[in-house]
Design a protein around this ligand. Sequence first.
Ligand code: UDP
Length: 249
Amino acid sequence: MRKRILNQPIDIINLNAAAYLAKMALIHPKQLKIITLNPEMVVNAVKNPEFQAAINNSHLIVPDGIGIILASKIVDYKTFQNIERVPGIELAEKILEAANELGKKVALFGGKKEILEKVLAGFSSKYSSIKIIKAVDGYQGVEKHAEIASDIASENPDLVLVALGTPKQEIWINKYSSLFPRSIMMGIGGSFDVWSGRKSRAPKWIRNIYLEWFYRLIIDPKRIPRILKTLPQFAWMVFRASLQTKLDF
Ligand code: UDP
């Protein structure tokens, strides 16, 4: 069910339903561009039209961060009372499981070369029926992006996972998606770092109390300026939107 929050489209769908949709797109191949929306993306989309277009052109937009869940409930509780977090990394893992079950072709783009190699080694045992048709690291310069896209597209992948960080990954997907009419395309941020074992995900109890974002800040303090830059603006957007909803009544 597509709704809007803070000027962004959002689909109210849970993890299992999103994974089911993706599995259907693997069984009956069709394009499915997936966005995992978080507060940083909401703030950045305002000043980046290319990124906004990438969000608007996506087929499935799921609420990734707890910030989106809280904001939507604060702004419009009635509409969003049942909204649930869909962590991008968990959705990607479920899609990989389905791709494995179906023996599908997968392409990976992004991350550091050595990280990607570790991911590939892990995949060869965990998802042994998947055919990895390309694995391209994410540090080759933007001038190579078009060539990388046609190179990956020439292998007709069923699933393209892109880890260039946001908004680069979403913009790349949107820019070259016409080359991938039958692929699932998804930006997965730092997931390769987790799958390679370089970074760990927050323990389950931390995730359960909605502090995964805080855990990520602690293990990767480089993220702190990013968060400090966007959080006040996000809070202001939520405040303005909730005031607007109250005035509309
Ligand atoms: N990355 C990349 N090329 C770049 C910048 C980043 O391949 O030019 C990779 C980086 O190695 C990391 C991922 O993109 O694996 C982004 O991770 P981050 O934790 O910043 O993602 P987020 O989920 O916060 O968007």
